[in-house]
Write a protein that binds this ligand. Structure first.
Ligand SMILES: Cc1cc2nc3c(=O)[nH]c(=O)nc-3n(C[C@H](O)[C@H](O)[C@H](O)COP(=O)(O)OP(=O)(O)OC[C@H]3O[C@@H](n4cnc5c(N)ncnc54)[C@H](O)[C@@H]3O)c2cc1C
Length: 288
């Protein structure tokens, strides 16, 4: 097996263009498991770890955060928790400390598992994925367009994921995940909410609830229209929001849970996270 270790991003793009079958490896927490269990034995690995720029994040002049594909979860939690609360909460639920030390959002996006924990908060926050190829340069892909099917994203064979872009939270954000225990668990289903009070807008993301992670558009539009942004949260609005989130899902029965259970759990998580977000919003109004 070839083991390629490019030292620069342009060399990595050239290596991928040269042989589109080489498998990129960042933290290796998915790739190595697949190899160890003989599920996938690639002809070559493209180790992205020497490329230091992938492990950096910065704030762009317009305020957007650009987070390198190789920034591990521990650093997202420690360094970006205040600005990306939904993404950080999801990061805290990934695997174990060892997995969070090595694992990255880039790897979660690369794997595109419907059960990946980062997809829901990326969708809710309106993230954009930066991918690049040697031949065609950079493509900026909204998270809503990134996922194509089970474990399939829209990267072309010669493209690599470079970063994700997201605006720092303009309001409360929450992530919730159901599993059979509190840690080291693949989500039965997950849900993320982001409120944008200044714009009167709501973002959502559903995980393990359909062949791809997805937003609940009807629920977002309903909530944005019905919320009294300066007042109290009407329990009937919260109830209907939960119903619409559940209706947006098309889950399956599998070993982790039934479709019916997932739909029910999504409505509960939607109501619950909205309640938490509203509590934060109310507290912030009192301070202001
Ligand atoms: C014990 C254990 C527990 C886990 N728990 C969770 C969990 O709770 N929640 C969860 O979501 N996941 C979990 N995972 C899965 C895994 O840790 C995550 O998906 C993690 O985000 C993968 O990141 P990585 O950097 O290790 O990716 P890698 O394993 O290096 O790569 C993953 C995939 O992305 C591709 N890839 C990596 N970098 C790039 C790039 N720059 N461009 C294009 N493609 C790229 C790889 O080719 C591969 O297909 C767990 C894994 C293990 C082993």
């Amino acid at each position: 097996m070839d083991f390629l270790r490019p030292q620069t991003w342009s060399d990595a793009l050239a290596a991928k263009a040269d042989d589109v079958d080489v498998v990129p490896i960042q933290g290796g927490t998915d790739v190595m498991v697949e190899m160890n269990f003989d599920l996938h034995r690639p002809g070559g690995l493209l180790d992205l770890n020497p490329i230091s720029e992938l492990t950096e994040w910065q704030q762009l002049p317009d305020g957007t955060l650009r987070v390198g594909a190789g920034v591990p979860y521990v650093r997202i939690i420690a360094e970006l928790g205040d600005r990306l609360p939904g993404i950080s909460q999801a990061s805290r639920t990934v695997g174990s400390p060892q997995i969070r030390n090595r694992g990255t959002v880039g790897g979660n996006l690369g794997g595109a598992s419907p059960a990946g924990d980062l997809h829901a908060p990326l969708l809710a926050a309106g993230a954009i994925v930066e991918v690049e190829s040697a031949a065609r340069g950079v493509r900026m892909i909204p998270a809503t367009e990134f996922y194509l099917g089970v474990k399939r994203n829209c990267c072309e064979p010669d493209e690599l994921i470079r970063a994700f872009h997201v605006v720092p939270a303009a309001g409360p954000q929450y992530f919730s995940k159901i599993g059979t225990r509190n840690a080291m668990v693949i989500a039965v289903c997950s849900f993320s909410i982001a409120l944008f009070p200044q714009e009167g807008r709501v973002g959502t993301g559903l995980g393990s609830a359909a062949p791809t992670p997805r937003r609940a558009y009807d629920a977002e539009n309903y909530l944005a229209a019905e919320l009294d942004w300066d007042g109290a949260l009407d329990p009937r609005v919260s109830e209907e929001f939960g119903r619409l989130v559940s209706a947006a899902a098309s889950p399956i029965d599998d070993v982790r849970g039934t479709a019916d259970y997932r739909k029910h759990a999504l409505s509960v998580m939607a109501r619950r996270t909205l309640g938490w977000a509203w509590r934060d919003l109310t507290a912030a109004r009192k301070v202001a």
